[in-house]
Design a protein around this ligand. Structure first.
Ligand code: PAF
Length: 282
């Protein structure tokens, strides 16, 4: 595994690999790797000729009151994991190189970033699309892999690449859950044992929503109410949003007659968690 920090060196590796007609798979991450990341990396290794993983905790996607400084950083362990799994390049650019002093260019996807996480974390998606576009320009991948836990992020990145006529396939892979149902996230490490058991209410509520729809419930409002009950049963949880929405536009639905995205953001203690499930007929 080659470790590249310098942007020009990364570009040079990519253009040489491109001229060898190799398909480059790319998995952007902020490190603290878990099974969710590994499923994306394994997919890239299986489907592409060369795999690049980036680790960069991107400051532009955090608000001043968010956890940029305390975000888990485990670079030495991450390197060992990536070495073992057998990727071609680990790209670890520096903040100074990606956002030098006079940096002033940002990319914004409109409309679909006004909902869900975009509504409660202002500037978040602007930061995500900016860094993802920069990484795409540096690495020039054929295929990029994103987890469906961040469903809205995946859709926003898809929209960006489509709208900007980029030749990159965006592939989403299913959420990886712990045995108890908790969706894998680097932020799970913040949870105390007690918080962790409360955090299970997210996946339980989503499962309940699915079962209610299977049994014939069609009212999105009833689904939201039932989800709210499951989460509010646990003290120390604070609901940011419960959404039953269109999986591409993120507009709230009133009735469930086709496929909908049920998405949740809940603070458990001090940790903001998200989870989602697609339910209903395709
Ligand atoms: O999902 C993440 O870890 C980040 O938002 C990403 C895509 C690596 C951009 O910083």
């Amino acid at each position: 595994m080659k470790i590249i920090t310098c942007i020009n060196e990364m570009k040079e590796w990519s253009s040489q690999t491109f001229f060898k007609d190799k398909i480059i798979g790319f998995v952007p991450t902020m490190g603290s790797l878990h099974e969710g990341h590994l499923s994306l990396i394994k997919a890239s290794i299986a489907e592409c000729d060369a795999t690049v993983v980036s680790i960069f905790v991107n400051p532009s996607q955090f608000n001043p009151n968010e956890d940029f400084n305390s975000y888990p950083r485990n670079i030495e362990l991450d390197k060992k994991i990536l070495h073992k799994i057998g990727i071609d390049v680990l790209f670890t650019p520096t903040q100074e190189d990606l956002y030098p002093n006079k940096y002033q260019t940002f990319v914004t996807v409109e409309k679909k970033t006004n909902y869900l996480c975009g509504a409660s974390r202002s500037g978040f998606f602007r930061g995500v699309t900016t860094i993802v576009l920069k990484l795409f320009n540096i690495i020039n991948p054929n295929i990029a892999y994103f987890g469906e836990k961040d469903w809205q992020q995946l859709e926003v990145v898809r929209t960006m690449t489509h709208d900007l006529n980029m030749n990159i396939s965006i592939v989403g892979k299913p959420i990886v859950r712990d045995k108890d149902g908790l969706a894998m996230s680097s932020r799970n490490g913040y949870l105390s044992e007690e918080d962790r058991s409360k955090a299970l209410s997210l996946s339980k509520a989503l499962e309940l929503a699915q079962n209610l729809v299977i049994k014939g419930e069609r009212s999105a409002e009833n689904i939201r109410t039932e989800i709210r009950k499951v989460i509010e049963q646990k003290q120390g949880t604070e609901i940011d949003y419960i959404s039953v929405c269109d999986p591409e536009s993120f507009t709230e639905q009133t009735e469930i007659y086709s496929k909908v995205l049920v998405a949740l953001a809940v603070k458990v203690g001090n940790t903001r968690l998200i989870d989602n499930r697609i339910i209903g007929n395709a």
